[in-house]
Design a protein. Structure first.
Length: 256
């Protein structure tokens, strides 16, 4: 108490300073093979590799981000297990409360959940990463869709429509099944009206777009280490958008 009163740093202040000097390591997967992902979402996600590294090395940011390409994520087997387990656990929520899984199906889903948990843990532990970054959804934001109609997306430069749940669920299944913490952070803007893969990070760049739409990234951390993930997400936003998020551009609501 006396040391703090005389202007000496407290233990908490020293911890904060050490945190500012930390380099956070993020595994980046712009799109997962086998998932139908909008080209524009993948383009924004892919741009993070250069943008995070450039901004964190400029000296303007108090923290540093190391980005490591991770094209396969936790692997096909784990992602397939997550999809099956998610389908079992979510049956009563999304389909029919009367169609609850029987004991055999539930036990099988629990075993798959454990497989997914181990795959995500290994992914982070073996790489020494703080988080795994993947898109929040396969598609750009769309109009209110209570009837769950098909969603238009751009794949390979061609417009097509995919099922509502195909667009919304694939990227959230692994973390949802494993019970790991997730923080969704703003990554940039894509053109929802021009059909191009341009990425906007400033208001000027957004002004050149027909319809700038936000793209979010999930940062997936270790199970039980929520605070560590929040620190990583805070560093991500600080490096990308600035201390007070003043650099985060905001589209005109009237124009949308």
């Amino acid at each position: 108490m006396q040391a703090a009163a005389e202007g000496f740093p407290t233990l908490e202040a020293e911890d904060d300073e050490k945190e500012k000097e930390k380099t956070f390591k993020i595994l980046l997967t712009p799109s997962i093979p086998g998932f139908v992902t909008d080209d524009r979402v993948a383009a924004v996600a892919a741009s993070l590799s250069d943008r995070l590294t450039a901004d964190s090395s400029s000296g303007a940011a108090p923290t540093r981000i190391e980005v490591v390409d991770c094209p396969e994520g936790p692997g096909k087997a784990a992602l397939r297990a997550a999809a099956i387990a998610y389908g079992t656990f979510a049956t009563a929520v999304f389909k029919n409360v009367a169609a609850m899984p029987d004991a055999k199906a539930y036990i099988g889903a629990v075993a798959l959940r454990d497989q997914v948990r181990e795959a995500l843990r290994s992914l982070l532990d073996e790489s020494g990463a703080d988080a795994w970054a993947v898109p929040a959804t396969s598609c750009l934001p769309f109009e209110h869709n209570p009837r769950q109609r098909k969603i238009p997306i751009l794949v390979g430069g061609e417009e097509q429509e995919v099922g509502y749940w195909t667009a919304m669920l694939p990227y959230i299944q692994a973390a949802s099944v494993a019970g790991t913490p997730v923080v969704t952070v703003p990554a940039g803007f894509a053109d929802g009206g021009g059909g191009t893969n341009s990425v906007a990070c400033t208001e000027q760049e957004m002004a050149d777009m027909a319809l700038p739409l936000p793209v979010g990234m999930q940062l997936i951390g270790r199970r039980g280490e929520d605070e560590a993930l929040l620190r990583c997400a805070s560093a991500f936003e600080t490096v990308l958008w600035g201390e007070d998020s003043a650099r985060l551009p905001r589209p005109s609501i009237g124009e949308l």
